[in-house]
Write a protein that binds this ligand. Structure first.
Ligand SMILES: Cc1cc2nc3c(=O)[nH]c(=O)nc-3n(C[C@H](O)[C@H](O)[C@H](O)COP(=O)(O)OP(=O)(O)OC[C@H]3O[C@@H](n4cnc5c(N)ncnc54)[C@H](O)[C@@H]3O)c2cc1C
Length: 381
């Protein structure tokens, strides 16, 4: 006899949301995480994550984002907390590049409100972005998405955890899962304190997913990435002054960032690049080459920020070969749902991925279209 309806392995971005949705549906939920609550060893820390809908990566994500927006809104109401800051997002890059055409395609297919701007108008609205480098790029274009901004990443995870507990989920941190297996009646999950039995299982292991899903033929690679905060040396970069989030496709890669505020400097990071690692470690040695690329980028495109580094934090991307997520039921065990390989762009989706994981594991299907994210493509990529 199973003592739980569903066990959730991993209580980070996805697992916290899955535990919440499962508990809200009345399941007896056990959530297990190897580390302490809101730890900084995985992928869901560093204060902020960009959220946007005109998705350059693929238009198929837009319906998921529409649902994610509804769920973030519901979470804010239920938690009575401001989680989503609608600062707007400026995306900049070559007209014939990846980002601008991708944004325009998603916006056109799904009727999303965006504004196309000439570079000179960007410089007029946000002088902090008015670098000579930008003016010299005659083939560049800007797109503004007003209903975009950032999520407070740790506050989102904590809100999901807290509301899951209020809905009677049992969440146990610092309890690593050593092994799981399907049993005739459900699943068995082995920890150092014994074996837990459940009817169903959700696996949401973030950068540790490779270990939890070995044997499934999924190719996941883990990249170490960094987030940096700089104290702006000139005014005009603050959220209160209307400075937006930004995402640039540049000749040296993709860079993105967030406005400064009362507590924190301007945060900037490189979406491309990253150091491949074999398995996640808690400590992140400084990466001087990465920092130097960041500071070259700031000098060229946000010159008033300067190079007074306040803080830096390491983090992990878990990449699939095609950089689309894996969201599916286990091919051999229909009582097991998997969310993995969020490829460095998954946090904005965690609200809806939690809901989808709960539907997959309880109903065997989801009400949302997820064919782009199915496991079967692993043989082709
Ligand atoms: C620097 C950086 C910037 C990013 N920027 C953005 C952005 O702007 N917008 C965006 O949408 N996304 C962004 N992302 C991506 C996003 O943050 C991740 O896709 C998302 O947070 C991943 O959530 P997760 O639940 O898969 O992983 P995690 O949050 O890491 O959760 C996995 C959990 O599983 C637990 N676990 C693993 N194995 C076990 C085990 N055996 N037993 C028990 N527990 C286990 C871990 O301890 C961990 O808590 C960024 C990521 C990084 C690193």
């Amino acid at each position: 006899m199973a003592n739980w309806d569903v066990i959730v392995i991993g209580l980070g971005g996805v697992g916290s949301a899955a535990a919440y949705h499962l508990a809200a549906r009345g399941c007896r939920v056990l959530g297990l995480d190897q580390h302490h609550r809101l730890h900084t060893y995985g992928s869901s820390h560093g204060k902020t994550r960009i959220i946007r809908q005109a998705y350059f990566e693929h238009p198929s994500y837009v319906p998921l984002l529409r649902r994610a927006y509804e769920l973030w809104n519901e979470l804010e109401q239920a938690a009575d907390e401001h989680l989503f800051h609608r600062t707007g997002l400026v995306e900049l890059g070559p007209k014939e590049g990846v980002v601008i055409p991708g944004v325009l395609r998603s916006a056109a297919e799904h009727g999303l409100a965006i504004e196309e701007l000439p570079i000179a108008e960007v410089a007029r609205r946000w002088p902090g972005l008015a670098a000579r480098e930008l003016h010299s790029q005659s083939q560049w274009q800007a797109v503004i998405e007003k209903d975009a901004g950032y999520l407070r990443v740790e506050a989102c995870v904590e809100a999901h955890l807290r509301l899951a507990e209020q809905a009677s989920a049992t969440l146990q941190h610092e309890r690593p899962v050593r092994h799981w297996r399907a049993s005739p009646h459900g699943v068995e999950v082995t920890t150092d304190d014994g074996v837990e039995h459940a009817d169903r299982l959700v696996i949401a292991g973030g950068p540790w997913s490779g270990q939890l899903l070995s044997g499934l033929g999924i190719r996941l690679s883990v990249l170490r990435k960094y987030q940096y905060w700089y104290a702006p040396q000139q005014t005009g970069y603050d959220q209160r002054d209307g400075f937006p989030c930004f995402f640039h496709e540049t000749p040296t890669g993709y860079f993105y960032g967030f406005p400064s505020n009362d507590r924190d400097g301007l945060k900037v990071s490189r979406h491309s690049g990253g150091t491949p690692i074999v398995s996640p470690t808690p400590a992140h040695p400084p990466d001087h080459a990465d920092q130097s690329l960041i500071e070259d980028y700031l000098k060229a495109f946000l010159p008033g920020v300067g190079n007074h580094l306040q803080a830096q934090v390491g983090c992990y991307y878990t990449m699939t070969p095609d950089e689309h997520f894996i969201v599916d039921v286990h091919p051999d065990h229909p009582q097991v749902a998997i969310v993995a390989g969020l490829s460095g762009h998954g946090f904005k989706f965690t609200s809806v991925l939690g809901e989808i994981a709960s539907q997959l594991v309880l109903d065997g299907q989801t009400t949302l279209e997820t064919s782009l994210l199915r496991l079967e493509r692993r043989h082709n990529t």
